[in-house]
Design a protein around this ligand. Structure first.
Ligand code: G3P
Length: 248
């Protein structure tokens, strides 16, 4: 794991108006030289302002989705090139909330990721099983299929991050056991090494997401092949996100 820099990523989801930029400013001020990467993904309306707020300090700003095309007749959508133009350097893709409520397939996610990587964005591709799938002991099959279909061939260790987010752990206060997390992360690492070779496969960062908070962060970060976290609710304030970053 020595080659992989740890990453603490925050997904604000559909939360935050300009008042929330104060939290970002506090976060940047309290982590002047964090020794880990910090990414905050606010809603698209705040991306430009967030980039100005962090003002080249130690936090990078990302989007939460992008379209697979660069421009065109797609009312309401934004492209990877637009995010990049706004100063974002990353984008979350394939979050289970988008797979569910916007019917995104893994093929859709791969097309978006290709476009994002072409635009120079780091892609944080989300995968995860439902509770029913886990109970049916299908977790590794589901993760394997999502991983192979959602990740584009153009991926490398710099432009690809994978976030394992079991759907039942998101916003629920429930987390898998360390063994369950480790099993999935080791599996994803093997698959990435098989597909991309050990150099690239070993340099892709694997995040865990789902009810990460200060109280469980250290234990989760101690698990094999966990290189950081994708944090929802606990990324919204500097008071909650700060201690998670410190645990990395
Ligand atoms: O993308 C992060 C997310 O889905 C996890 O949310 O609120 O359980 O940390 P939360």
């Amino acid at each position: 794991t020595g080659m992989r820099r740890k990453l603490a990523a925050g997904n604000w989801k559909m939360n935050g108006t300009s008042a929330a930029l104060g939290e970002l400013d506090m976060l940047a001020t309290s982590h002047p030289a964090p020794g880990v990467d910090i990414l905050v993904c606010p809603p698209a309306t705040l991306v430009s302002a967030a980039v100005r707020t962090v003002d080249n300090r130690s936090i990078r700003i990302g989007g939460q989705d992008c379209h697979s095309e660069t421009n065109g007749a797609h009312t309401g959508d934004i492209s990877a090139a637009m995010l990049r133009d706004a100063g974002a350097t990353a984008v979350i893709l394939g979050h289970s909330e988008r797979r569910a409520s916007h019917h995104e397939t893994s093929e859709d996610v791969r097309a978006k990721a290709r476009s994002a990587q072409k635009a120079g964005l780091m892609t944080v591709i989300c995968l995860g099983e439902s509770l029913l799938q886990r109970q049916a002991t299908n977790t590794l099959d589901i993760i394997g299929a999502q991983l192979s279909l959602s990740v584009p061939d153009s991926s490398n260790g710099q432009n690809l991050v994978i976030a394992y987010e079991p759907i039942w752990a998101i916003g629920s206060g429930m987390t898998p056991t360390p063994d369950q997390i480790g099993e999935v992360h080791d599996f994803m690492r093997d698959r990435l090494e098989q597909r991309f070779g050990s150099g690239v496969g070993r340099s892709v960062r694997l995040l865990y997401g789902g009810s990460v908070k200060a109280a469980n962060a250290a234990e989760i970060f101690g698990i094999s092949n966990v290189d950081g976290a994708l944090v929802g609710g606990a990324s919204l304030t500097a008071a909650d996100f700060g201690p998670i970053i410190a645990a990395l």
